[in-house]
Every structure is written in C-alpha cells, then in structure tokens.
Design a protein around this ligand. Structure first.
Ligand code: ADP
Length: 366
C-alpha cells in the first residue's frame, strides 16, 4: 500500500560491516518538502543511513521505498536524489559556472538552456557575477555555495546533505543555515540533513531524528525533542539538562534530592525508579526559606546572555541559567514548578553506555 505522504520510506533497515551492526532496525519516513535532520554523536550511523538512501551503500536487511517503489538496489544515478558532502570536491580546473553546469552537460541539456539555469543558480546562492572565477579563488563559504548550486541545478526531488557546513566557521555556518533553509522553502525540495550539532538541527528542521549507536531514539519536531525528550540521553544531547535518579511515588508526585515534588506526569505506577530531567533555565533561584531545596552557589560563569551557576545542595548539584547573578557562597533556595519537572523511564542497564557523558563533542555552541 503506497502512502503518498511518504516520499522516502526506510523499513526495518539494518546494516552490518564485518559482523558489526552499525544500523539496527531503522524505520523512518520522509514526506515531500520536509526538512528532516539526522542528529546524533559521531559514529551513530547518520552517514550510513544517508548513503543507503543515496544508493552508495546497500542495507544488510530491510527496504528503501521511493514514492512507494522499492529502490533498495537501484544505483545512485538512477535515483532522484543528489548529495552534498562535507568535502564537496569542486572540480579545481573548472570555473564556477562550469562547475555548476557539470551535471547538466552530462545530461545533454542544450547549452542556451544551461546558461539560463546557471545564471538562476548564481542568483539563488548569491554569487551573481562570480561565474568566471576559478574556484580556488573563492572563500570556503563561497565554495560551499557553488557546491549547493551544482546540486540544485539538477532539480533533485531530494537533496541529501552530510554535514555540509562542518568546515565553515561559526558565524558563516549560522548564515548558511538560514540560507539553506530559505532555499529549501523557496524551491520546495525535500532535504535530508546530517549533523552532530544540536543547535543546527533545531534551527533548520521540520523534523529531527535523534540517533545513537545505530538506533533511532526519537523522531519529532524540534520543539517535541527539546520539550519532551523520550529519555535522558536525548534530553542531554538536545540542550543542557540536570538529570537525577528519582522515585515516582504516585501520579503527579516524585521524590528526588530528598524532597517530594509535585509534577504533571502520570501512569508510571507506584514507587517506580525514574529519571528526572530539568532544564537549567527552568529552576528559579528564590529566598532560602521560599525554596523547595536549599543550596550554596558554588560557581558563576557569564555565558553572554545568561549566567550559568552551579548550586551545591548536599549530594546533588544543580546547573541553573539565569539573567540574575548570585555571588559564589550565597545560600539560596531553589524552586521548580511541576510543569518543568520531566519524568522519564530510566535507560535500561544493558544500554548504560548510552548514558550521557561527554556526548556533546565538537563545536559546542554557547
Ligand atoms: P555518523 O555519520 O553518525 O558519524 P557513520 O554512519 O559514518 O556514523 O558510521 C557508523 C558506524 O559504522 C561507525 O562505527 C563507523 O566506524 C562504521 N562504518 C561506517 N562505514 C564503514 C565501512 N565502510 N566499513 C566499516 N565500518 C564502517
């Protein structure tokens, strides 16, 4: 049964290399015109998933459907998909316009038509007037735009982008994020984007797919995965979190840090072990006698927009973001409203390596 909402449909995809499972039962569909991002730490299987969709790899198990048809074994050039890699390898001996025109020449498009399309692409990526430049005379950002134009001129139905902005500096990367998003909206092309940068994923995507160790942990809108992470790994990977073990005493009542807190979650049963996740911006610093917990300000760091404070409350520490600074050594109260206490099932013991620990590697953005 073809579901026309689904442009690409990965069903039960597994991939093994040398008897090691790098993708485990991936189920994912991508709708027409959707901007979908695969997000996860390095080595979690994002690129492999992308390469399976592009046709550069074949799954060990499972099928890839495109508009309902099985394309699992179709070679890359027969797929209506184009790929932009991080190392986008422009042809150094060709100028900008010939780089962009390359695919069109191969497809034997008449040269007058190619010329028109190249001009349109140069406009689109903001490189009007650069057609005759040699590509080695361009900045990294400009080269990236040429790579994007070279892919888009073929009017792919789907564009696969593997960390395409990874080589750019932070400021340029942020500009290009917005620009890519604008192009995607304007052209109505489906984008599948790979990144390990959570901020990039939240900024650009309609849908974020959080992966770890060859599995999909959560699929949702940026707001879903930020506000309602399915477990503490996702919570920690998507933004910063305080994570504590606790006991769900009954519906809407949880115990941690030696206190009982009203919360909004239900259905966990009685006296069940749970993980408690609280965002640093969701804890209020109040007077000592007005707080649910009391503690001492241990450290203060100015982060540009807010202060990050570590509050020591006996055996637990709380990371708090606030625009109001407290001096180190100050005794304070902490208050958390029920809505801001997120209750999650603990990650099963066999997946303990999944637990958050130095997972936000690389370019952390603050
Ligand atoms: P990501 O894109 O999330 O960084 P990859 O999909 O590149 O992750 O890799 C997932 C896992 O598969 C890694 O452990 C990687 O070492 C392994 N892997 C990827 N390609 C190959 C290959 N051609 N041969 C053997 N192992 C591979």
């Amino acid at each position: 049964m073809a579901d026309m909402e689904r442009l690409i449909d990965l069903q039960n995809i597994s991939k093994e290399y040398d008897n090691t499972l790098v993708l485990e039962d991936i189920n994912l569909y991508i709708r027409e015109n959707e901007f979908v991002t695969l997000l996860g730490p390095s080595g979690c299987g994002k690129t492999t998933t992308l390469r399976i969709i592009g046709g550069f790899e074949h799954p060990t198990e499972g099928v890839v459907l495109f508009e309902g048809k099985d394309i699992t074994h179709l070679p890359p050039y027969k797929r209506k998909v184009n790929t932009i890699f991080q190392k986008y390898a422009l042809f150094p001996h060709l100028n900008v316009q010939d780089n962009i025109a390359f695919g069109q020449r191969i497809a034997k498009v008449p040269s007058a038509e190619i010329k028109k399309r190249v001009e349109k692409m140069l406009d689109l990526v903001d490189l009007r007037g650069y057609g005759k430049r040699r590509v080695d005379q361009l900045s990294g950002g400009q080269q990236q735009r040429v790579a994007i134009a070279r892919a888009l001129i073929n009017e792919p139905q789907v564009l696969l982008l593997d960390e395409p902005l990874g080589a750019l500096d932070l400021k340029l990367r942020k500009d290009m994020q917005l620009e890519l998003k604008r192009m995607q909206r304007m052209l109505g092309i489906t984008f599948l984007y790979v990144t390990h940068d959570q901020e990039e994923a939240l900024t650009m995507s309609d849908t974020v797919v959080v992966m770890n160790r060859g599995r999909i942990l959560q699929i949702g809108t940026p707001k879903d995965v930020y506000d309602e992470p399915v477990n503490s790994f996702v919570a920690d990977f998507i933004g910063e979190s305080n994570i504590y073990p606790g006991i769900m005493l009954e519906d809407q009542l949880v115990r941690f840090a030696g206190c009982d807190f009203p919360c909004v979650d239900k259905g966990f049963g009685h006296n069940q072990p749970v993980d408690i996740v609280i965002r640093p911006e969701d804890i209020q610093i109040v007077d000592m006698d007005a707080g649910q917990i009391t503690g001492t300000v241990e450290s203060v760091l100015f982060k540009g927009v807010h202060y990050e404070m570590i509050i020591n409350a006996g055996e637990l520490e709380f990371k708090i973001h606030s625009t109001v600074m407290q001096e180190p050594g100050t005794r304070v109260g902490l208050s958390i409203i029920p809505f801001n206490i997120h209750i999650m099932n603990p990650i099963p013991a066999e997946n303990e390596e999944d637990m958050p620990d130095e997972i936000i590697e690389g370019d952390e953005v603050s």
